[in-house]
Design a binder for this molecule. Structure first.
Ligand code: 5AD
Ligand code: SF4
Length: 336
């Protein structure tokens, strides 16, 4: 545990939930343009509106001193940020941190997997929505499937034992790939989670036109695989299943179908330093002004973070039928 002087070393919100997990987006930029995540012509933030890596490191250190034990670095695509590795190393050294993990699109892993492992990253989540190169290109608009597959191989070679694929299934786009994607995960000895598309950011299609329920996906997978429900939870929206005689766990991330908010243990920090208390709500505290106004005094930041616990909402309410996205900000700002 990092010492923070006189402040408590646990964050508890107004509903008695312990917050010990932060997800930090270190860039809104990405080398892909996935159709469910971005519009075709995204404009990205100017550099000075994004936290510097030093500011990111300072924030994470403060959160760890307040009892946060798990940190996920996300984006955008975190590995396209210049010197991202420096930040991973800084965070990896914090005593009190139990788990440093990251979510990536895999495009840079071929070069960076080994260094991430050395920096202390424990687990990697890699987005993979199709095993067909042409379709992969359509979904990501620009991505190269082969490069991502080489990235997955590099992560395995670097000794990551906890690799998880994240697949967003969309009706009429890739919902016929649930079984092949699972077969690939089983073959690779890695985990896979199916994520229902969430109404985040204004993209170029309406979300209910592509919605595939995880219930339907589960039914489909059960035609080919035996799935055994597991009690395991990370305090998030995922339910896990095991497949006997394999190393593969299957997760279903169902923001629409299940209410998981009562066990929520996490908050998110955008690349602009906004502390969002819930992925599906607008409640937030701006940490960037405090970071910049008080470069040598952590107390205002600590007090703002402790104070933010009072406004963490009870839960979200995503509604697919609503014309506008539930939340205007893009996943690439908030961090997946
Ligand atoms: N709905 C569901 N998942 C999304 N992701 C990005 N945008 C959305 C969305 N609107 C996923 C990515 C990645 C993870 C971090 O979040 O595919 O796997
Ligand atoms: Fe990039 Fe991930 Fe968004 Fe795709 S989902 S555009 S890989 S940030």
């Amino acid at each position: 545990m990092q010492d923070n002087g006189t402040y408590p070393n646990t964050l508890i919100d107004g509903f008695g939930r312990k917050v010990d997990y932060i997800r930090l987006s270190i860039t809104d930029r990405c080398d892909f343009r996935c159709v469910y995540c971005m519009s075709e012509d995204m404009t990205f933030l100017p550099r000075n509106e994004v936290l510097s890596l030093e500011e990111c490191a300072r924030l994470v250190k403060i959160f760890v001193s307040l009892g946060v034990s798990k940190v996920r670095i996300t984006g955008g695509e975190p590995l396209v940020r210049k010197n991202a590795l420096w930040l991973f190393k800084e965070i990896g050294q914090l005593s009190g941190l139990r788990e440093l993990v990251t979510t990536t699109n895999g495009s840079q892993l071929e070069q960076q997997a080994e260094a991430l492992k050395t920096a202390g990253v424990r687990r990697i989540n890699i987005s993979l929505d199709s095993l067909d190169a042409e379709r992969f290109r359509k979904i990501t608009r620009v991505g190269d499937l082969d490069k991502v597959l080489r990235g997955i191989a590099a992560a395995k070679l670097a000794g990551f034992h906890n690799i998880k694929l994240n697949s967003v299934l969309m009706k009429g786009v890739n919902d016929d790939e649930a079984l092949p994607l699972l077969a690939f995960a089983v073959d690779q000895g890695i985990d896979i989670s199916f994520i229902e598309e969430m109404p985040l950011g204004d993209v170029d299609h309406t979300r209910d036109s592509t919605y595939v329920s995880n219930e339907a996906t589960l039914k489909l997978l059960q035609t080919r695989y035996e799935l055994i429900s597991s009690a395991e939870t990370t305090g998030g929206p995922a339910r896990y299943w095991r497949i006997p005689n394999t190393n593969t766990k299957v997760g279903f991330i169902s923001p629409h179908s299940h209410n998981f908010c009562e066990s929520c243990n996490r908050v998110r920090i955008t690349c602009k330093g906004e502390l969002y208390l819930c992925l599906g709500q607008e409640d937030k505290v701006d940490l960037m002004p405090l970071l910049r106004e008080f470069p040598d005094d952590d107390r205002p930041l600590i007090e703002a973070i402790i104070g933010s616990m009072r406004i963490k909402p009870k839960g979200h309410d995503f509604d697919l039928k609503r014309a506008a996205p539930a939340v205007i900000r893009f996943m690439s700002h908030t961090g997946g």
